[in-house]
Design a protein around this ligand. Structure first.
Ligand code: SF4
Ligand code: SF4
Length: 82
């Protein structure tokens, strides 16, 4: 699922548009509108926009296969510290 922006929380700072490595957001500060996810199908679910949004206005539903991968990598990392 592509990122969703809660317009009531968004302060139109444009940081998500700047930070997205794929340039998926379309943002025109002068319009006063929040960024638009212009290419939702291209999202890599890297979570950068979610983490960097100063107002926590972005939610992202990560696909199940990626959640499992994340968990596996984390477990490998933790096991390596022991
Ligand atoms: S980073 Fe957050 S507050 Fe800033 S424009 Fe994007 S959604 Fe809105
Ligand atoms: S999750 Fe990553 S790729 Fe997807 S819109 Fe946010 S910053 Fe861009």
């Amino acid at each position: 699922m592509p990122p969703l922006i809660d317009e009531s929380k968004c302060i139109r700072c444009g940081l998500c548009a700047e930070i997205c490595p794929l340039g998926l957001f379309r943002f025109d500060k002068a319009s006063g509108n929040p960024p638009e996810v212009a290419f939702p199908d291209e999202c890599w679910h890297c979570n950068s926009c979610v983490l960097d949004c100063p107002k926590k206005a972005i939610t992202l539903r990560v696909p199940l296969c990626q959640m499992l991968l994340h968990r596996d990598v984390r477990q490998l990392y933790d096991a390596g510290k022991e």
